[in-house]
Design a protein around this ligand. Structure first.
Ligand code: GDP
Ligand code: MG
Length: 170
C-alpha cells in the first residue's frame, strides 16, 4: 500500500501576475489569454508522483480578493507551502512581494515553505525584474526561486516538484 501525502498550497501575489494561469497550467495543462477566472470551488487538486512518493496537492487560488488584501485566515490555515507570484515585466508586483512575505509571517503557519515565482518569463523584451535580483531576495528569505511561464509551460512542474523536495519527511 502506498501512502498519499496531502499537501495544501496557497497562491499569493498581486492581481494579474498569473496565479490562476499557473494553477490552470499545472492542473489542466491549458492556458487562456485574458483569463479573469472566477473559481467556484475554493481549491483544485492535482496529484504528482515523484521518487515513488505520491503527493496530492490541494491548491488554493484567490477569486480576486487579493486586490483588497482580504484573504481569509482559512486561506493559509494548514498550508505547507505558499507560492508568491510576481510578474517579471512589472516591477511593482515584485516590490509587493515583501508585503506578502510579511503577511505570511504575521498570519501564516509557522515553518511554511515559501516559493517565489517570477511569472511571464516568455515576455523577455518587457522584462523589468532581473533573475539575479529576484534570486538574491529569495535567498535572503530562504525561499525557493523559479521563473515560470504559464503560457509556455515553463518552470511550473518544477516549481511544485521543488516544493515536494522541501516537505518534511514523515
Ligand atoms: P491572477 O490575477 O494573478 O490570477 O492572473 P491571471 O492568471 O488571471 O492572469 C492575468 C493575465 O496574464 C491574463 O491575461 C493571462 O492570460 C496573462 N498571463 C498569465 N500568465 C502568463 C504568462 O506566463 N505569460 C504571458 N504572456 N501572459 C500570462
Ligand atoms: Mg486569479
Amino acid at each position: 500500500v502506498t501512502s498519499v501525502k496531502e499537501v495544501k498550497v496557497c497562491l499569493l501575489g498581486e492581481s494579474g501576475v498569473g496565479k490562476s494561469s499557473i494553477v490552470l497550467r499545472f492542473v489542466s495543462d491549458t492556458f487562456k489569454q485574458g483569463l479573469e477566472m472566477t473559481i467556484g470551488a475554493s481549491f483544485m487538486t492535482k496529484t504528482l508522483v515523484v521518487d515513488q512518493q505520491t503527493v496530492k496537492f490541494q491548491i488554493w487560488d484567490t477569486a480576486g480578493q487579493e486586490r483588497y488584501r482580504a484573504l481569509a485566515p482559512m486561506y493559509y490555515r494548514g498550508a505547507s507551502a505558499a507560492i508568491i507570484v510576481y510578474d517579471v515585466t512589472k516591477r511593482d508586483t515584485f516590490d509587493a512581494v515583501k508585503g506578502w512575505v510579511r503577511e505570511l509571517a504575521n498570519y501564516g503557519p509557522k515553518d511554511i515553505i515559501i516559493a517565489l515565482a517570477g511569472n511571464k518569463s516568455d515576455l523577455e523584451d518587457l522584462r523589468e525584474v532581473t533573475k539575479k535580483e529576484a534570486a538574491q531576495y529569495a535567498e535572503q528569505i530562504q525561499a525557493i526561486f523559479i521563473e515560470t511561464s504559464a503560457k509556455n509551460d515553463s518552470g511550473i512542474k518544477e516549481l511544485f516538484t521543488r516544493i515536494i523536495s522541501r516537505l518534511p519527511a514523515d
